[in-house]
Design a protein around this ligand. Structure first.
Ligand code: ATP
Ligand code: MG
Length: 489
């Protein structure tokens, strides 16, 4: 009994300690003051509490629940801050938001929710704090720290989220079938949190995701992809993707990725399973880069392998030109997944298109002109391209891997050396179409493009130096071949 009481006391002190450093924060002080003056129950709840207890960097994103009007309370808190921030409120939802310095604070009146089957938007009525905790997605997200002066910093944890945090388990407070069917986005969130925090999803809860996967159809693609991006940004994204696959969600949200799965064997020869290879490449890239779009490039680098697969008798499997076809598939995939159709997409297209180039370089003796060409085509993205290429080496053959990595070092050295000499990363060929036209006094024509192309090629090949004078001379020579002379001579 005594040990139990000591344990309880220790747990209490520990929880308090993690939060205590925040109690002096002006926002929490303002909440405590306002709660006292209005005689209301108010607490901080959700992600902030979870991250605080996990010792993760508490984010600048605070959720306050109050038993009363969230909007009135937000105004009262804002008035106690200096300078008082503007209160943005959403009457229909009964929520309010303030931005104080770099912290976003959301206020919600404690509520009870009930759902209809065709929408993830609930019917809402006022409720107790416990009602509000019950409507939250996972036990680890349903904990609150009391902000009333009399109970300051006390953990309110009706579903034993603290134990689940210790055991690294994702579990719903209520029946998971109801939780997931009510708001199917929670299935994506479960897998996202498991992937982000390196937790497991409790068995019953996991089985409920598989049973309710079909409900994901009522969620907008934008919200699904927000969660998918968070999975991709976790430190080992393959964990999340395996869960998405096992529960059947991946088939529903991103079926082309699953086309990569499987191994076919003909004449005793099989190819690698490109789905698991892709996940390995994604994990590898995630070890060296936190660029979301480079991670997307890893996910899509072999996407056209199923469409280009051929068995050549006597020789084996080929995926000829999968980088070209793959690059062309990117925009359709981005459109379907409601990803941005801007320069981020162009970056992914470029990475997919060029992803074999450094490997080819590393296989051959590395010629200067090939490196120049790569620098010209990849531009400033050449470093990202090298990371993707290195990540693509997932062979189990250690000797092969060692050779590749050594050759990669040579490629890297050459890239630096040639960039220093020729400055091709952001290079624009020195002779423009305009200059060709004004020099020879000719209108736009195919010939102008051809002369430009010959000059660019000559510089990349190294047959003339990357200098204006040499390029201008070549332009004159090429013009002469076509009977062109400079104006005024
Ligand atoms: P993070 O900010 O790291 O993504 P979070 O837990 O703070 O994690 P938010 O989306 O900011 O996630 O939501 C804040 C809180 O609101 C959650 O902790 C959870 O209690 C609740 N919540 C959010 N989305 C849902 C949902 N779809 N169903 C039930 N509760 C939810
Ligand atoms: Mg949050």
């Amino acid at each position: 009994m005594l040990t139990f009481i000591i344990f309880l006391l220790l747990a209490l002190i520990q929880n308090m300690e993690t939060f205590i450093k925040y109690l002096d924060d002006p926002i929490f002080r303002a909440v405590t003051k306002a709660a006292g003056e209005m005689n209301l129950m108010a607490c901080v709840v959700g992600g902030f509490v979870r991250d605080c207890l996990l010792g993760r960097d508490a984010k600048n994103d605070i959720d306050i629940a109050v038993v009363g009007s969230g909007i009135d309370f937000a105004h009262a808190v804002a008035a106690r801050l200096s300078p008082p921030p503007e209160v943005k409120f959403f009457k229909n939802f009964g929520t309010a938001m303030i931005q104080y310095k770099d912290v976003k604070v959301e206020f919600v009146g404690a509520r009870k929710e009930s759902y209809r089957c065709d929408s993830r938007k609930p019917l809402v009525e006022d409720g107790s704090l416990e009602d509000d905790q019950k409507r939250r997605d996972f036990t680890i997200n349903a904990m609150a720290f009391d902000l009333r002066m009399s109970e300051l910093g006390e953990l309110i944890d009706p579903f034993n989220g603290m134990q689940d945090l210790r055991d690294k388990v994702i579990r719903t407070p209520l029946n998971p079938d109801i939780t997931f069917s009510d708001d199917p986005l929670r299935m994506m969130r479960a897998i996202r949190f498991a992937s982000q925090l390196d937790f497991i999803i409790e068995d019953g809860c996991y089985a409920a995701i598989a049973r309710n996967a079909g409900r994901i159809g009522i969620v907008s693609m934008e919200r699904v992809v927000d969660e998918l991006n968070l999975i991709i940004m976790s430190s080992k994204p393959s964990r999340g993707f395996r869960m998405l696959d096992e529960t059947g969600l991946l088939q529903l949200i991103f079926p082309v990725l699953l086309d990569l799965k499987g191994v076919e064997t003909i004449e005793g020869k099989g190819h690698k399973d490109n789905f698991y290879h892709t996940l390995a490449v994604l994990d590898n890239v995630s070890n060296t880069s936190s660029n979301l779009w480079l991670r997307w490039s890893a996910l899509l680098h072999d996407i056209a392998k199923p469409a280009t697969k051929k068995f050549i008798p006597g020789s084996g499997w080929t995926f000829h030109a999968h980088e070209f076809k793959g690059s062309k598939m990117v925009s359709k995939i981005f459109r379907e997944l409601k990803l941005p159709l801007n320069e981020k997409m162009k970056f992914v297209e470029k990475m997919v298109l060029l992803h074999l180039r450094p490997i080819v370089l590393a296989e051959d003796t590395v010629s200067d002109s090939a490196v120049r060409r790569l620098l010209f085509e990849a531009g400033d993205d050449v470093d990202d391209l090298m990371l993707l290429c290195e990540a693509d080496i997932t062979s189990k053959n250690q000797i092969k891997v060692k050779n590749f990595l050594e050759n990669f070092e040579i490629v890297r050295r050459k890239l630096v050396e040639i960039e220093e000499k020729d400055r091709l990363r952001n290079w624009q060929p020195p002779i423009t179409g305009d200059l060709i036209m004004t020099t020879f006094g000719i209108p736009p024509s195919r010939l102008v493009g051809e002369i430009k192309e010959i000059i660019t090629e000559a510089i990349l090949e190294g047959s003339i130096p990357n200098e204006f004078d040499a390029a201008f001379q070549l332009m004159l020579d090429e013009g002469k071949k076509h009977g062109l002379v400079p104006v005024g001579t």
